[in-house]
Structure formats: C-alpha cells, structure tokens
Design a protein around this ligand. Structure first.
Ligand code: SAM
Length: 340
C-alpha cells in the first residue's frame, strides 16, 4: 500500500492530465446517500466523522462530500490509477482533511488499519473506468482511439492485456470474453485474436474483433463486449468488488452508510445480491428455502436510485448507472429479535 498522506512534493499534475475531465454520475444522490440524508442542504451539513471515497477518479464525489463535512472530519480516498492519485494529492495538499491511498479498494481494511482506522461513518464507490481513462488512447481502454493494448487501471503494477494475450490459449481467452463480456461469439473472436501477429494497437485489435464478429448491432461497436471483458479480467474488477463489499460489513460502523454506483449488470447484480443477502438474510445456499430469521442482517433495506432524464441528456454515460445504498444496522446477537 502507498499511503500518500498530504505530501505536497509529489503533487505535480500536468496540464495534459487535467485536460481530460470526468462528469461525476449521480453526484448529489451518492453524496447524500453516503452521508445518510435524503438530499443535500443548500449550505453545508457540517457532518463529522470519517468517510471513504474508494474510487477518487477526478474527485467529483469527493469534492462535493468535502463541502458537506465539518473541519474536523476526515476523507480517505483510494484509486488504482496513478493519474487519479496525482489529482487526489493536489487536493490533499490544499485540504488537510484528505488522505490519499494509491491502492485497490480491495485493500480497504488493511489500508485503513495502517492509518489507525477500523471503522468509518460512510463508504462509497463509483465503479468502473473514468472518462479520462477512456479518452486517453494511450491507456488502451478505447476501441475508438489508438494506443497500446494495456487496459490496466494501475499502470505501476501487473500485466498489460497485450502480454496476457500473447500467452493465453484460445479456450481461456474465449471463456474470459464470455464470462466478463457476455460475448456470445467468444470462440470465433478468441480464435481471430490469437491469429494476430502482435498486440500493439487497440485499433488493430478492435478491427480484428469487428471482422470476426458475425452479428453487428446498430449503434454498438462489435468490440464493445470483448474490450469490456478484457478490461474487467486484467483489473480483477469483479473480485475486487466482491472483496470490497464483504469488507464493508466490518468497516462501516452501525448507523453508517454504504453507497455504490455501478455501470453494468455483472457488477450491479453482485451489489444487489450482496445487499439482499445481508438485509434479508437471504443467502445463496438458502435459495430454495423460505427466508431464515436466524441469518444475520447487517444492512437496512437497500435503496436503488437511477439517473434522471436530465442527467442522461446531459451525460449519456450515466444512462446505465445504478446507485445502491443501505445503512449498516446495529447487528443484534439474535436476529430473530430484530424488528426491522
Ligand atoms: C467512475 S471513476 C470514479 C469517478 C469519480 N467518482 C469522480 O467523481 O471523479 C472510477 C475510478 O475508480 C478507479 N478504480 C477502479 N477500480 C478500482 C479499484 N479496485 N480500487 C481503486 N480504484 C479503482 C478507477 O481508476 C477510476 O479512477
């Protein structure tokens, strides 16, 4: 873990890095949810306590959250992406309430423990990629802009997609395209990718997938699902989300809030099932059974919020977003006595 606590020396953000903007999705809705209020007041709530933004990005949610916090509150921000971390450090150098952690939110418990924190009042995440990551072709996330076939959120560690593609066999590749991209034509796309001479250009990769794809849909690039699959796989996105959600049970204090925004069904389904399980006591192994009152229920009934028509019109990227939020309950020793 690299805890970058208000270090001004490393705070240089180049104009290039700032030229890519990110419009925060479900901005006031998510910040209200993590603060446990229905809507934000015009002035500041002056909330006290410790809050976590697990996906800082360009800090849209963090900045609004800070505007609602008291001077003695704390905000811990995580991101995997070195450029996001540079922006976060710049913010931390101006606002002593902010602490920056360059790591996956899957390190939540250990990273907070290193700061002497075991529990927090509010925990939020806005999953997936940021617009600056997609807009910068050199990162390899875009099938519309040329760049290296990288797709790592944390370019300081791990293997780029190009290296993985060079080694992987057809069958494993097809399984990844199917599992993480729900790509029905995964086998023939995998074969075509493995016939490529090199993996140095995202546009060449996208073109290969396009040629191999038998079923183009109007308005959707045929490489959309395959690119999503490779990105999710190389960044272990679903594994990180599962780990983060599981840790939230211990990290969010009783009465505190969990708020998570997701952009595709693979993630949203996990968040929905996690909150269902831990609010209703409905565990996967109990699927065929009636709800068991002896199962612990750690969260209140979850709320689901989508973007307004106005937000979708202003920011089309928000159209697939869902915010799911719940309050950590005061877990009772005998949940049958929990009257919620
Ligand atoms: C949708 S953007 C967040 C945007 C942010 N809410 C804002 O207002 O600017 C998602 C961010 O999460 C980061 N990210 C994705 N997975 C992560 C993980 N497992 N741990 C930490 N950061 C992650 C990405 O690098 C990206 O910067």
């Amino acid at each position: 873990m690299a805890a970058l606590d208000n270090l001004s020396s490393a705070n240089t953000v180049t104009p290039d890095e700032l030229s890519f903007n990110h419009d925060a999705v479900l901005l006031s809705e998510a910040v209200a949810a993590v603060l446990g209020v229905k809507s934000l007041p015009e002035d500041s709530l002056q909330a006290t306590g410790i809050y976590v933004d697990a996906t800082f990005g360009r800090g849209g949610h963090s900045r609004l959250l800070l505007s609602q916090l008291a001077d003695d509150a704390r905000l811990i921000v995580f991101d995997k992406d070195p450029t996001a971390i540079s922006v976060a450090q710049a913010l931390a150098s101006e606002d002593s309430r902010v602490t920056v952690i360059h790591d996956s939110f899957a390190s939540l418990t250990t990273s907070l423990a290193a700061l002497g924190i075991s529990q927090v009042d509010g925990l939020m995440a806005d999953l997936g990629v940021s617009s600056p990551q997609i807009d910068d072709g050199s990162r390899g996330f875009s099938f519309m802009r040329d760049g290296a076939v990288d797709m790592r959120m944390d370019t300081s560690r791990g293997q780029p997609v190009s290296a993985w593609l060079a080694d992987v066999d057809d069958e494993t590749l097809a399984n990844v395209l199917f599992e993480f991209g729900e790509e029905r034509h995964s086998r023939r796309i995998a074969r075509a990718i493995k016939e490529m001479d090199s993996y140095t250009s995202t546009l060449a990769l996208a073109e290969t997938i396009k040629v191999a794809h038998p079923n183009w849909q109007r308005g959707k690039h045929p490489a959309t699902q395959s690119f999503q699959a490779m990105r999710i796989f190389i960044n272990n996105e679903l594994g990180d989300v599962d780990s983060f959600l599981q840790q939230s049970i211990a990290v969010v204090k009783a009465g505190g809030q969990l708020a998570v925004i997701s952009f595709h069904s693979l993630e949203d389904r996990r968040i929905k099932q996690f909150l269902q399980r831990h609010s209703k006591g409905q565990y996967p192994e109990d699927e065929q059974l009636p709800i068991r009152p002896d199962r612990p229920r750690y969260f209140s009934k979850p709320r689901r919020v989508g973007p307004s028509k106005a937000e979708v019109a202003a920011n089309p990227r928000s159209r697939s977003a869902w915010l799911r939020a719940a309050t950590r309950t005061d877990t009772v020793a005998n949940p049958t006595e929990d009257k919620q």
